[in-house]
Design a protein around this ligand. Sequence first.
Ligand code: ZN
Ligand code: ZN
Length: 380
Amino acid sequence: MHCLRFLCRLLGKGRHHHRDHDQDNPNAVILQLPLDLLLLITDQLALHDKFLLSHTCKTLRQVTCQDWAIEVSRLSFEDQIGFWAGLAYSLPNRWACLKCCQLHPIDTSDVPRAYWAISARDVPCTVDMSRGVEIEAYSVQHYHVQFALKLSRLGNIHRRYLKALMKPYTCTRKSPIPPLAESYTAEPRIINKRFILREEWKFRNNTSSAIPIFPDEHDLFPSVCPHMDMLYGGPARSRFRKESSIRQMGMRQLEEHVLLKEVTLLEEGIASACESPGQWIFNSCLHCATDIAVMISTDEREGTIRAWHDFGIEGSPMDISWKAHVRDQHAYWLDLGPYLDYPHGSIRELWLEGASHGTGTGQSTLRSVFKKPIDGLSKV
Ligand SMILES: [Zn+2]
Ligand SMILES: [Zn+2]
């Protein structure tokens, strides 16, 4: 509760100012309400709002008087995180840490592109292994999302940090498979008060040699989200290995079929793109808010994988809109967690509003193949 005492002191400084203000304006409308009516109103407030209200003036402090340390310790873990996240919403220099269950101060050098520095920092709270894009040295954390949304909402503080948080990132490199070349781009945007990240991986063959743009011999391919990644090797090999692992689980045939479809969306997308050069193949994760699109150019010299992630609105790191994107390090790789209900394709549409993206046929094809076994399973 050290953090809470610190906050009380911090807010207490402002309180003296407000106390004077209160004395100067004893006719403030809210203070004219009968006490029982005022209590009816404050009883409706979340604990973090009561905490902040209690530090605005002497009278309201008396109305909302509580032992905050005891009140907070009585909350469930999830509600305690909600309390800190609620306070962080109002405090521009703080963020709520899920691992320490308290607030931490802002560090304006901590941005998604500084992943390697952040992950090596000497604090008890390590970063969330979100989506596996850490291999790209670019990793959006929950507090990045929260600071970006909060500073964007406030509009008048830490402008430079907000700009750094929202800066697109590009990395171009030689592929481990010559003569292929690779590039990775990440671009965050705030749309409708939601934090949306678009990622793009490009694979190019800049020579006259005819080699597959998505070769099967190497572990090359991106982890698009915790639920869409390759299990060793390229698409065909990865699919084969996943199928073999699922067979060993002794499930019913329908369940095997559903699980294989679920864990091979990326492989299926790439396979469909290879069959139809020049056409975007669309799909969406069933477990986190991520839309994907895959295309091979008509000359088959360039392959593109795009992902659009919706990290949600301002809130707690316990919210499913964030948690769904975080890899559970302890879970078995075939345990993909709960299904997430969101309109598939909506994140891409939100991003591309007004822009033309072609009319890929893959989305409807893959979806219909996929939906039937899911519907079937729910009736079993
Ligand atoms: Zn922490
Ligand atoms: Zn996912």
